[in-house]
Design a protein around this ligand. Structure first.
Ligand code: RFL
Ligand code: PHB
Length: 389
């Protein structure tokens, strides 16, 4: 079998790229290791930059997001149980949208089902061949039968643990990494969100975040040591720890409902360069990871997809290769700024094991400055709502 572009991974990167390419008349096949039910059960991102919202709208994927998503014009920060608000839309000219990654992924699957895109789930042993040459192909096993797809290009949208990045020779790939000595324990709870807007809370016991999915579904996180098991956190322990870290009024108002998901996510900053090797491109988490503190991971995946879609569409339309040649540098320029932002928010808000009394004071002074300075708030807001493409 032959298609123009083979995409590995049916997360948001792979599904959105396939969707945009189909609208530009480019034929794709998407290979996903997992079953669709598994992909849709993953609870991940919650906050969309306005550029992501516009990208989804322009792609004809905005209808349910308009109805069910929530526009947030501000967000709260808190230091030592006292909160203050940053008016994002006033300072940066744009709000953000709270609409879960799970919902974005569902909308994409519905669009692909309607259009009849080839999405192979349960594709095992996906292997990329000859990506450095002119005629790449991909092999995999489905239902015990070996298969092969030839293509002009292969796109790795297969997340941090995928095969695509590892296909690039070690002599070519340069990796940059910081692993943080903590993770986030996340809880999805059937309860009314404690606040109409998100609360990012710094506290000497560790960071906490109050987020949401809708009026009846809250998403909360507390910082825990790296390697912590969710089983060490029965519901009562989680709620009591959360209450201790958030603003006093929020702690009082907190409603605890049935917990329907609980998991620990490790925190890391990671970038692989370049994001193209011959006829193989990397997109999204396959090339970079940010700690979730800045809510940037999914949004970066979307900006990579925008750039690569533009490049491939120009190639097929006009045989113009400039976009393809420039993809990696263009994507990385935006990525590094989001990596910096996510790292700096993480550093400002988390408790580090080796942190001294002096370091704690530095965090508190930074938050105090943020509370009192419009310039500081504007800088944060500009990054949080998303830098231009
Ligand atoms: P994904 O979503 O990991 O999808 C990759 C897909 O590839 C498949 N795959 C393979 N398929 C075939 N063969 C193989 N060998 C394969 N190996 C893997 C996988 O099964 C999967 O389906 O990557 P993608 O598409 O690049 O999307 C990236 C986003 O998922 C990620 O950046 C965000 O979830 C990060 N993130 C957040 N981002 C935001 O923009 N805003 C947020 O508020 C936000 N909050 C979060 C987050 C991530 C979190 N976790 C759990 C890491 C909160 C959390 C807790
Ligand atoms: C979420 O709702 O899951 C969420 C929100 C904001 C973040 C990270 C995660 O920074």
């Amino acid at each position: 079998m032959r298609v123009q572009v083979v995409i590995i991974g049916a997360g948001p990167s792979g599904l959105l790229l396939a969707h945009l390419l189909r609208r530009s008349g480019v034929e794709t096949a998407v290979l996903e290791r997992r079953q669709r039910g598994h992909v849709l059960a993953r609870i991940r991102a919650g906050v969309l930059e306005w550029g992501t919202v516009e990208t989804l709208r322009e792609a004809g994927l905005g209808a349910r997001m308009e109805r069910e998503g929530h526009v947030h014009e501000g967000t709260y920060f808190s230091a030592r149980n006292r909160g203050f608000r940053i008016p994002l839309a006033v300072l940066a000219g744009r709000p953000v949208m709270v609409y879960g990654q799970t919902e974005v992924t569902k909308d994409l699957y519905v669009a692909h089902d309607d259009a009849g895109t080839l999405i192979v789930d349960g594709a095992e042993g996906v292997t990329i061949h000859e990506a450095g040459g002119a005629a790449p192909f991909v092999t995999y096993v489905k239902d015990g039968v070996g298969r092969r797809i030839d293509a002009d290009f292969v796109v790795g949208c297969d997340g941090f643990h995928g095969v695509s990045r590892r296909t690039i020779p070690a002599t070519v790939l340069k990796e940059y990494e910081r692993v943080y000595p903590f993770g986030w324990l996340g809880v999805l709870s059937e309860s009314k969100p404690v606040s109409g807007e998100l609360i990012y809370a710094q506290h000497e016991r560790g960071f906490a975040l109050c987020s949401m999915r809708n009026e009846g579904l809250s998403r909360y996180y507390v910082q825990v040591p790296a390697g912590e098991e969710p089983e060490a956190w029965p519901d009562a322990r989680f709620w009591s720890e959360l209450r201790r870290r958030i603003p006093a009024e929020a702690a009082e108002a907190l409603e605890t409902g049935r917990v329907i998901e609980k998991s620990v996510a490790p925190l890391r900053s990671y970038v692989a360069e370049p994001m193209r090797w011959g006829r193989l491109f990397l997109v999204g988490d396959a090339a970079h990871i940010v700690p979730p503190t800045g809510a940037k991971g999914l949004n970066l995946a979307v900006s990579d997809v925008r750039y690569l879609h533009e490049a491939l569409a120009a190639f097929y339309r006009d045989r113009d290769e400039t976009g393809i040649e420039g993809y990696s540098a263009r994507a990385l320029a935006r990525i590094w700024k989001a990596v910096r932002f996510s790292w700096s928010l993480t550093t400002m808000l988390h408790r580090f094991p080796e942190q001294t009394a002096f370091d704690l004071r530095m965090q508190e002074a930074e938050l105090d400055w943020l509370e009192g300075s419009e310039a500081a708030q504007r800088a944060l807001a500009e990054n949080y709502v998303g830098l231009p493409y």
